[in-house]
Design a protein around this ligand. Structure first.
Ligand code: AMP
Ligand code: MG
Length: 352
């Protein structure tokens, strides 16, 4: 669907290069996206993730880590692509949703970079970026999207200028459910080893047991009751493998059901999975089977782009820049609660 549209007047020539900065949660990432003769493309990106030694993530500790690595990650992204900062047409930054202290580091670095280079600054919504990188890389251009990560769980699709949230979690995110259960059951941290979640590893040899509720309320899902029930089963002596198996089965089935309903409701035939949990093999199999049974097609975002990264911010920033969306550096406020359905997507079906 990408046309050979000419880059906007905000770009230097027939090409357009945007550097994107991600810092909403545990990863400081920097990517570069280019508009070339074939439309938008992702160049190589650089990232560093904060790994807690124990427990969850403390925003202040992560933000200190971010300020230590920021300059290095930016330098790396540029040198990996042999691009100098002067060649950039704009700086894009994720201004939300996310955690305040971390968002502030990314915003401060981006403002300083844009001001010193005298280039436009482009505000990017982090959730939108997870979706746009999935649309680009899967080649499914008008999909129903399941976005599942450490902090988000939603089923969304584009209608009339914006992504509409069809269903979401009423409490915790799917990734948070898996990580919190793993922590309480002493399976981690780390929660993901060689690309496999420790709950998956633990589910091997397990089987379905009674006692964990399946909750879909309208179009929404809820995971806190699942977590409480799973921990109660463990305290009462259930086999850990069986609890892992059942929790995972129930949680993945719930998000698959809501995704199926969105397909049925909108009549759309493409399904895309994005966000950190998109790296999960079982969830991929469930969604693939569901999409086929509806006569549709399914694809996940490639694993390299499933977790938080700067490339997706650069891509979305590029599309926004070419749609003349920029922000004055002094007005580039972070927004921890910035919702996906508040963002206009004027390039949908045109530039991507
Ligand atoms: P994000 O917030 O988008 O960076 O995603 C991080 C979340 O993805 C964390 O909750 C991880 O536990 C989760 N995650 C990463 N890899 C996997 C996997 N293979 N299976 C399930 N969850 C995963
Ligand atoms: Mg994310």
């Amino acid at each position: 669907m990408a046309t050979a549209a000419t880059p906007s007047s905000l770009c230097q020539g027939s090409e357009c290069l945007v550097l994107g900065i991600e810092s909403t949660a545990h990863t400081f990432g920097v990517g570069i996206a280019r508009w070339g003769s074939k439309g938008p493309e992702l160049l190589r990106d650089s990232r560093r993730s904060y790994v807690p030694k124990s427990g969850g993530i403390l925003p202040r500790e992560v933000s200190q880590f971010f300020s230590q690595v920021a300059a290095k990650v930016i330098e790396e992204a540029l040198s990996l692509n042999s691009i100098s900062a002067r060649e950039l047409d704009a700086i894009a930054v994720a201004l939300g949703p996310g955690m305040g202290p971390q968002l502030r580091i990314g915003a401060t670095v981006a403002r300083a970079l844009a001001a010193s280079l005298n280039k436009p600054l482009v505000p990017v919504n982090h959730a939108l970026a997870h979706i746009e990188v999935a649309r680009l890389t899967t080649n499914l251009r008008d999909p129903v999207v399941l976005y599942v990560s450490g902090g988000n769980t939603m089923v969304t699709t584009y209608v009339d200028g914006r992504y509409r949230v069809f269903g979401e979690t009423l409490d915790m995110a799917l990734g948070n459910l898996l990580d919190t259960f793993a922590r309480e059951a002493h399976l981690g941290p780390p929660y993901v080893i060689n690309g496999v979640h420790v709950v998956d590893k633990c589910a091997e040899g397990g089987q379905m047991i009674e006692g964990i509720p399946y909750v879909v309320k309208g179009q929404d899902v809820s995971f806190s009751g699942i977590l409480t029930a799973a921990l109660r089963l463990l305290r009462r002596g259930a086999r850990l493998n069986d609890v892992c198996y059942t929790l995972r089965e129930i949680a993945f089935s719930a998000v698959t059901e809501v995704t199926e309903r969105c397909m049925a409701h909108t009549g759309k035939k493409q399904v895309v999975l994005t966000g950190g949990v998109a790296a999960n093999d079982l969830l991929n199999r469930k969604l693939d089977m569901m999409a086929r049974s509806q006569g549709g097609v399914y694809a996940p975002v490639p694993k390299w782009y499933s977790g938080d990264n700067g490339a997706m911010i650069a891509l979305t920033g590029l599309l926004a820049l070419m749609s003349n969306i920029t922000v004055e550096p002094e007005r580039a406020y972070i927004n921890q609660m910035w919702r996906l359905d508040e963002v206009d997507v004027p390039w949908y079906g045109k530039l991507l």
